[in-house]
Design a binder for this molecule. Sequence first.
Ligand code: APR
Ligand code: ZN
Ligand code: ZN
Length: 370
Amino acid sequence: MAKAAVMTGIDQPLEIRDDIEVEAPRAGELKVRMAASGVCHSDLSMQNGTMMAATPIVLGHEGAGIVEEVGEGVTSIKPGDKVIISWVPQCGECFFCQREQGYLCEQANAALATGGLLDGTTRMTSQGAPLFQMAASGTFSEVTIIPAIGAVKIPGDIDMRVAALIGCGVLTGTGAAMNTANIKKGDVVAVVGCGGVGLNVIQGARIKGAGEIIAVDMNETKLQMAKEFGATATVNASQSDPVSQVMEMTGQRGADVAFEVIGLQQTIDQTITMVRRGGQAILVGVPKMDAMVNVPAFFGVVLAEKTIKGCWYGSSNVQKDVPKLIELYKSGQLKLDELISRTITVEQVNEAFDAMKTGEVARSVIEYSV
Ligand code: APR
Ligand code: ZN
Ligand code: ZN
């Protein structure tokens, strides 16, 4: 039996249960003993109803662990391997995977939509009822079952808390800058929202050689962190209008690329407005399901020739991008230790949600005893 943090209903504190029965992995699946899991804003977005969830569900999707058992037919990974969980499993064979768009993998859709694994069914039970798993992951559990195509093997010497963060916030944030926007040397970049994901957009932009990186947040601590991660200027959105600030800093032209990394209607509008003619607005944050992109078609898009681009999982092809990110970390270009504001136990996950709401942490990371 395993211990896990379970969401039972919208706005209910997660229940810490220690009666979780975990089945053996079926064909094409892995049993993973979790070593660490980050607490990402998307976990909170599920708990507060911003994103839909079938309940009861084990939340958590930003994790790393050690493979304990492999199901039939799994040859790429063996027990004892350390892995990062890719919450978008990438099959390598579907329409999208064959076009280097593994982040849109068709196999992942069922799991994301149903709260089950690739076939829509679940592998965990608690209190006599099946438990769903967020994004085919469920990393707020000591043990989980994942699709083998949702695992990326990593070197044995990496801090597993750092590895966990790569699984969502780092891939998403750096990928938004390095893949989705493909920032060019000298670009003027604005990043709206400097949490766990936004700080990674900033460092991705720095690594790609952005000329200026303007960080926008409402929290001074985050703006200080943003500078450490590579921001060259900061705007406190609680003190002045971020759009006019960014326009002023760019000779009234606007940013070459602006990223929205929160998921609010207001900041989505601001981000699109602060982009220069011919520039790109990259929407990373997950908004409420009924949020809309409101842009005047002529003045906002045609005449302005703006690109408004969605970003899903940092447009990452995980088997290629994870090793690249680990290299950048090892060479000191990618700051990952600095993202860990707190190391906690799974019992403290509700406190991690509170800390996220007040904006005091970049990331709380759950460490399991393995
Ligand atoms: N203007 C500017 N900054 C804001 C505003 C606002 N109106 N509202 C919130 N913020 C800042 C917070 O202060 C915080 O620093 O946005 C940041 C959000 O950071 P986190 O809560 O740490 O969220 P994160 O995990 O980075 O995720 C951001 O990406 O993957 C998605 O679902 C995720 O939508 C979420 C987004
Ligand atoms: Zn996440
Ligand atoms: Zn695929």
